[in-house]
Design a protein around this ligand. Sequence first.
Ligand code: GLN
Ligand code: ZN
Length: 771
Amino acid sequence: MTQTVPSSRATVHGYPRQGAQRQLKKAIESYWAGRSDADALLRTARELRLQNLAELRDAGIDEVPSNYFSFYDHVLDTAVLFGAVPERHLAAVPDATTPAGQLDRYFAMARGTAEAPPLEMTKWFDTNYHYLVPELGPDTTFTLDASKPLAEFAEAFAEGVTTRPVLVGPVTFLLLAKDPTGTEGFRPLDLLDQLVPLYAELLGKLHEAGAEWVQIDEPALVTDQPADVLAKVAETYARLAAAPARPKILVATYFDRLGDALPVLAKAPVEGLALDFTGDAAANLDALASVGGLGDKRLVAGVVNGRNIWAADLTAALSTLGTLLGLAGSVDVAASCSLLHVPYDVTLESDLDTEIAGWLSFARQKLEEIVTLRRGLTEGHAAISNVLHVNQSRLASRAASPIVKVPAVRERVAAVTAADLRRTSAYGTRAKAQHERLNLPQLPTTTIGSFPQTQELRKARAEVRSGKIDQAAYQEAMRAEIRSVIAEQEKIGLDVLVHGEPERNDMVQYFGEQLTGFLATQHGWVQSYGTRYVRPPLIVGDVSRPAPMTVEWSTYAQSQTERPVKGMLTGPVTMLAWSFVRDDQPEGDTARQVALALRDEVVDLEAAGISVIQVDEPALRETLPLRTADRAAYLEWAVASFQLATAGVRDDTQVHTHMCYAEFGDVLQAIVDMDADVISLEAARSNMAIVDGLAQAGYPNEAGPGVWDIHSPRVPSVEEIVGHLSVATAAFPAERLWVNPDCGLKTRGYPEVRATLTNLVEATGQLRSRA
Ligand code: GLN
Ligand code: ZN
C-alpha cells in the first residue's frame, strides 16, 4: 500500500522561453535589424508566454510560474527591475519612456552600442547558459520598477491562472554582480540593506495583484559561502518574511547540494523551499533528514533532472518522494531547475530511432514525468502503473542496448595503465628532440586554429549537406581555403601554421558527428545567451572512432608548406562539457572513452607526418564543480583524460593545448599536470597576469599567453604587442615563450586578422633582436 497525498502539486521553475521554432529569437533579431517594430516584438513575446501558459496548464502542471520569460537574460531583467542601469547605457538611450526606448536601453545593456560597451557576460553556474553581470558600485542607488513581473502575472491572471512569479533572489543577484571600478573594500553584497526593502515592496505589489506564492531563486547558495554570507541570508529572509503584506515565499536552490546553507533556509521564516535532489544534489535528502526536516514548510522536490536529457527513473523518483513526505509539511513534484537548460521536445526529432527516443526526455517530456509522479503521489502508484511499466522497460532497453555498452570499448578502457598516461620522456628530453626536429626561432609565433569563417565556407557546408554540391566539389572548396590560409600565414611570416578549421561547423559537433556513441539532434536547441542557441550533441553510448577524423585535412595542409602545420583536435573534457552526457556511468569513464578515441587520432596524425598536435581544452576551467570539495576528483579525471589522449606520441612530436575565457588560478596545478609541451592561454585583457601565475606555480613547459584579445575587432599596434611581450618575458623565461592570439580567429574578419598577425610577427621580431 502506498500512502496517498491529496495536496501534492506538480510545478516547474521555468520553461524554454523561445517557442518550438525559436520564434522569439527570430522576432528579436528582426527587431534589431529594423525589420519590425517594438509592438510586433511585444506581441510575439506575449503570444509565446500565453502559449507556454496553456501548454503547462494542459500538461497538468498545477502551479505555473511566471516572470521566467526574458527577452535576453533573467539576471539582466533583475538589474532593470532594480534600476541598476549603468550611466553609459542611460546615456546611449536617454528616453526609455516608450516601449521601443525601453527595449533599446535593455538591449544596449545586453549587446552594447557604438559608444557604450555591454555588460560583461559569464556562465550561469556550471551550465552552458550565460548571464549578464550586473555592475554595482558603492554609489549604486536601487529603484524598483516592478512592471515586468506585475504585467506577466496579470497577463496569466486574466487567463484565469494564478501563477507563481519567479525572481532572482537578492543574495544571488548581489553575489553575481561586480563593481567595475573595483572600489577598495566594497563588495556588491554590501548593498543588501538597501536592496531588501525593495524586494519587500515588490512582494507587497505582487500580493496586491493576487499572487499567493512567489519563488525567490538563490542558486548561489549551492556554492561554498562563508559564515558571514550565510548570516546575511538568514537576516534577509527574516526581513522579507516580516513584510506586512506578501505572498508566501518559496526559496529555490538548484544545481547542487545546499550544504551549510540548508539549516539556514530550513530555519528561515519562509513558507517553502525548492531543492534539487538529482545528481550530487541528492545529498540534500540526507541533509534534510539530519536537520529534522522542514516542519510544516512546503517542499518543492526537484526529482526530475532539469538539465539533462534522460528519461527519469520514475520508480526511483517515487521512492525519493516517499522519503521526503516525512520531512516536510507538503511535498510537490518538480524538475530540479528551470527547463530552460534542455531542448524543447523529443517528438520533433523525426530522424531519431524510436527506441533511443524512448530513453530521452526534453522539456515537454519532463512535464509529463512531473505530472505522472504527482499522480503517483496523490493517487497511489497503482494509478500510474502503466506508465511506470513503460518507463521501466525503456530504462531496461537503454541499459541493455548494444550501442550503450560496447564490450570492445570497455575492455580497452579497462586495460589502460598508468604508463599510458605518461609521455615516454620528461619535458626536458622531449623539448630537446622537438627543438631539433622543428628548428623554430626563439619566441615562435602561431595562431590557435581557426581562421575567419567566411560566408562562402558556410555556404559550401550547407550545400554539401543539402546535396547541392557533391563530396568532391566540397573537398575542393575546403582545400582551396586551406591553400589560401596557408599562403596567408606564410606571407605574414608565422612559424607554426594551422589549416584554419574551415571544415568545422563547431569544435565539438564536428567530432561528435564522427564518433560512435554521439548523437546529433535536429531541433535540440538550448539557449546559450540572448538569441544565441546551441545544439549540443548527446552522448548516449560507448565512444569510439571508426575512422580518422582530421588526418586528411591536416596532411593536405602540411603538403602545402615546408613549415610545421598543427594538427587540431578538441579534448575530452570539452567534448563532454558542450554535450549532454550520459548519466549511467561516472563522467570520468565517458571522458576516458573519448580520450582513447582521440589518442588514436593523435597517433594517426603523428604517423602521417604531423609534428605538432594541439588538443584544445577551453572548457576545463568552466567545468570545475561548484563545490570546492568536489574539485580534486574532477581535476583528476580531467587531467588523466587529457594525458590519455595525448601521451601516445614520440618525444619529438610536440603536444599543444589551448584554454581561454577564464581565470586560471584554480587550475594552475592541473595545467602543470597535463604536461602538454606548449599551452596557449587567454591573457591579453588581463595584461599577461597569467604569466606570473604560471611562473609561481613552477610551470615547467612552454606557454603562449595571448597577445591579442580576439573578442574585439580592434587591431593592437606593434608597440602594444611589444608591451605585452615585455611583461611576459620579464616574468617567464623567453626560451619557453610562444607568441599567439588569445583564441581562434573564426569570428574575426580578414582585414583585422592580417593587420594584427602582421603586427604580432613584427613585434616578435623586435623582441628577438633585443635578445
Ligand atoms: N582551435 C579552436 C579555434 O581556434 C579553439 C577554440 C576555442 O578555444 N574555443 O577555433
Ligand atoms: Zn580559445
